[in-house]
Design a protein around this ligand. Structure first.
Ligand SMILES: [Zn+2]
Length: 293
């Protein structure tokens, strides 16, 4: 596999034992070599081809900081911004710059820092009683003093799946996508579902195809705001499609040769235009061509 999965490969020691120890956290925060990932809200700031980091001298004692862990032995933090970010950050210029110019471990660090900082900013009030919550466990929890509720950072699982029938792959496109662009079908896992059940339901809902023998391939954190993309493979028994046009605009079967053409010529393939290399769907297509097709 030549495609690294974007937002994976962080080089942090998450040092989780320190999180529950306020004295140890205070010591880490006071260390001369402690660093802060400098974000603009929850967007990245750059220092050449790396993320900009600063010392903690400008950080007030009361500022909400998340302890990200140790990086090359030095404690690393990120500050919680005043507000969360509900913009389409994935398409913004700073995000594109991060995807293009940061090495994998820096991109993974940004993704994690962005997700956790954004979660705090959007969860300042208790979902049970509505009172203010306080940061706890080095930023890996929020507590409500009023109702004693505990709140934990969210990760939202999304199944994204290859659907195969007799050497062909099923791909779909959403409304408003660039012309001729197709990708793997995907959807959020719902409460009460296994990953396998989520895959079967999503494919059934979107294109009316029954799939079986669901297997896991790879996963990718996607920090806009906090999805975990779970890449799967499945087999279909038929190629008959009943497309739900409220969910997707089109779905089609492509042969192995079509998929190989798309992957080899991402800008001008005859068959279809594949998802960008930063998306796990691109990795899944490549994996399929190399290992399964
Ligand atoms: Zn509460």
């Amino acid at each position: 596999m030549t495609t690294p999965l974007a937002f994976t490969g962080h080089d942090l020691d998450r040092d989780d034992h320190a999180r529950a120890d306020p004295a140890q956290l205070a010591q880490l925060r006071a260390r001369d070599d402690a660093r802060l990932v400098a974000l603009d809200g929850v967007m990245p700031r750059f220092d050449g081809n790396a993320l900009l980091t600063t010392d903690l001298s400008g950080v007030s004692k009361d500022a909400e900081l998340v302890y990200l862990g140790l990086r090359a032995g030095a404690p690393l933090f990120v500050a919680v911004p005043p507000e969360g970010d509900m913009r389409q950050a994935v398409t913004m210029r700073e995000t594109m710059m991060a995807l293009m110019q940061l090495p994998p471990e820096e991109l993974a660090l940004f993704g994690g820092a962005r997700s956790i900082a954004d979660w705090h900013a959007r969860h300042r009030f208790c979902a049970r009683c509505g009172e203010r919550t306080q940061i706890a466990k080095g930023g890996w929890q929020r507590n409500c003093e009023s109702c004693k509720g505990q709140h934990f950072p969210r990760v939202d699982p999304v199944a994204i799946m290859l659907v195969e029938h007799d050497g062909a792959l099923l791909v779909g496109r959403g409304k408003g996508w660039p012309e001729r662009s197709y990708s793997a079908l995907a959807g959020f896992i719902e409460p009460g579902e296994s990953i396998e059940e989520g895959v079967k339901r999503e494919v059934w809902e979107e294109v009316g195809v029954r799939v079986r023998d669901v297997s896991y391939i790879a996963s990718q954190p996607w920090p806009f705001p906090s999805q975990l993309m779970i890449g799967c493979h499945s087999y279909a028994d038929s190629r008959d499609l009943t497309i739900d046009e409220t969910e997707i605009e089109d779905a089609r079967w492509f042969t192995r040769e079509d998929v190989a053409d798309a992957m080899a010529n991402p800008k001008d393939a005859q068959s279809f235009l594949p998802p960008p290399r930063t998306a796990i769907a691109n990795y899944l297509f490549e994996y399929w061509l190399e290992n399964m097709a």
